[in-house]
Write a protein that binds this ligand. Sequence first.
Ligand code: CBF
Length: 835
Amino acid sequence: TLEPGHLRGQGGVAEDDVRTACEPEALKRAFLDHLLYTQGKTLEIASHNDIYLAVAYTVRDRLLRRWSHTSSRHKRHGTRTVAYLSAEFLIGPSLGNNLLNLDITDALRETLARLGIDLDELVRREVEPGLGNGGLGRLAACFMDSLATGEIPAIGYGIYYEYGIFFQTVVDGWQVENTDKWLRFGNPWAIHHPEWGVEVKLGGYTEHYTDDVGRFRVRWVPEKTVWGTPFDTPVAGYKVSTVNTLRLWRAEATEEFDFSVFNRGDYLGAVNKKVTSENLTKVLYPNDESHQGKELRLEQQYFFVACALRDMLRILEHRGLPVTEFPRAFAVQLNDTHPAIGVAELMRLLIDEYLVPWEQAWEATRATFAYTNHTLLPEALERWPLELFKSVLPRHLEIIYEINRRFLNEARIRFFGDESRVFRLSLIDESGERYVRMAHLACVGSHAINGVAELHSTLIKEQLLPDFYAMWPEKFDSVTNGVTPRRWVVLSNPGLAALATEALGDEHWIRDWPRIAGLEKHADDAAFIERWQRVKHTNKRSLAALIRDETGVVVNPDSLFDVLVKRIHEYKRQHLAVLHIVTRYHRLKTQRATDMVPRTFIFGGKAAPGYVRAKLMIKLITAVADVVNSDPEVRDLLKVVFLPNFSVSKGQCIYPAAELSEQISLAGKEASGTGNMKFAMNGALTIGTMDGANIEICQEVGAENFFAFGMSADEAQRLLRSGYYPRDLYRDDAELRAAIDLIRGGFFSRGDAGLFEPLTNDLLNEDRYMLLADYASYVECQDRVDAAYRDARQWSRMAVLNCARSGRFSSDRSIAEYARRMWHTSALPDTGHGG
Ligand code: CBF
């Protein structure tokens, strides 16, 4: 029988065990209980989603005991907690990850199989939370995994968006944005805690007054208030007892109705306020790396930061500690400038609400915050028009003025007589319309500032914030990004994981990724290489099936899988890859170059909906794909695919199947990249510029196992300074000319010569990202890739070495560096399990 209660009375599963035990019988009973008592279904009538939810609740139960145990342990020991503030957490699907970390995958798979349920199918079809655009949001998710695995007390604070990323489809070659209703069928992982709600003020004005005991005080009279309530998601570490928290805030109206309006009979007007309040956390702006000065965005940023800091104060109070202990209790990391308003908010709380003297409050604030910069692109740097800022956060502007006054006085003394430097350092940009510079606020209010790869950190010091570096060189640091091997190898690439475990003799590499170096000694072992190749081929076949299902294009799993997946952006230069493809096509057509290595070029990535050029780049990729894929002369030698809606789940299928990882940004523009690390871990070879973390990957894996091309950041800047004339390059390079002419002549756009003109004209006239300067080197490098791929054994050897030498790129290492150098916090390991 499949009746949920059938195990009761059999003596097999104690009441308490149904929530915690991990033996097959207990899991079965728990699952059936949830199916009936949570979902209200029996197995006979349960939908796929019912089954998924019942499984998810069964797994969540197993996290909860450990979770509450972790928080009481943190409370008892009072260890400094990391508060990771991020506007995005692109966590990806949870089920597989939680099963892995709890170590119950096999037990549950077996249990469900006996009920006729395929666990792997549930994992594959899980809807992933849309809570971020990409880069820094996915980094935050990897960091949460590593914090929990390293048993470092941590809370991730962010926003519980309803629409945190759009769903991309491709229609007639163009990107179309659709809503991604990820919450439509419920989110079993998050627990809502309205009882920890926080009131957040917005707008209005301030009043300055003297209180009863003669103290100078400021009162913020807001125009409106919204109510923030947290949704908590448990974040389990890999096979440890620690379960940390991801706490995401949703906005609600403080009062359901505006009764004054309601009483006048205006029902719609009365609910309007509620609707506007709730809009605050509905949507994440879809722009990656470009700042839009939108009022709602500022409100969102302040909202979640205000909620987070209030929450930390509540925890402090719960632990019985005075507010002055704040920096000893919390290390707050600002993931880019999006939460930088936290500096002014903590000051406001301390001085206005807790009446801490300014100097003491400032010392505490600086000891609390650390700031990570993720980009050098000027258009991504946040600055808010002063008037807008004042209308949303009047009290914070006053506080920022005061921080600035004191800071600039210090700077004047430090840089005696150098008023221009003081002008450049100011938190307020006064060169034209006045702005609040959020990066400056983050720098002044933090004790540590870091970039996310070595080159990026150097450029921050030399070019982005040189005046701050001159003032406080000791604050500047560098922590190269990392990614979690749990998601990006164990979950994504089970074939490789099994091979690694067998070759290394145990599973320690999963929590200690540098041990993967042990694979190196197998790189010359023919039997190992053969197995490695089989794993890769299986992964390629899975990706080929996904491509066929999603695009209808049939690709050959024996061709070289050459992959470029990331956000679409001019600086990332997807169009350079297209120029290369067109060059290959041109060679095929004109030189009958049939000895070419068969390749499948796979693209994926979203363009910001308002970024016209990026959307045109997608159209260019799909237009070239249409022509090339349908040309019988090309046969299997060239295939081009744009896989829509690149996401964490798609990434899990793509990285393990890739053989060549395209990392082709203009040197000096990509802060780090993290996809480059996922590829390398999964044994793809990189073709890349000396940009971001590519440089470190090249150093680690060895230049002989890396296809480097193009100008260095220095060379690019020098060329720009000495005068860059892309048209000369076009004139002098016949292959380049042919490729550009094919595109601009309308060959890929059914004769519509105007379609791609914005791109080709730009390349010929300005070429801000210097594609033409790197083109020849890129094409030559791609020819070297062909030559290397012809020797399958040697290629696989290089692939093994890429994986084996990727030890540095685990987020466990990044987190250990942050913990030691920025947060001054340590692990709080638990010895027992749960309660
Ligand atoms: O540091 C994480 C990533 O952040 C970005 O995506 C960003 O949002 N600024 C950068 O573009 C990446 O280089 C970086 O890896």
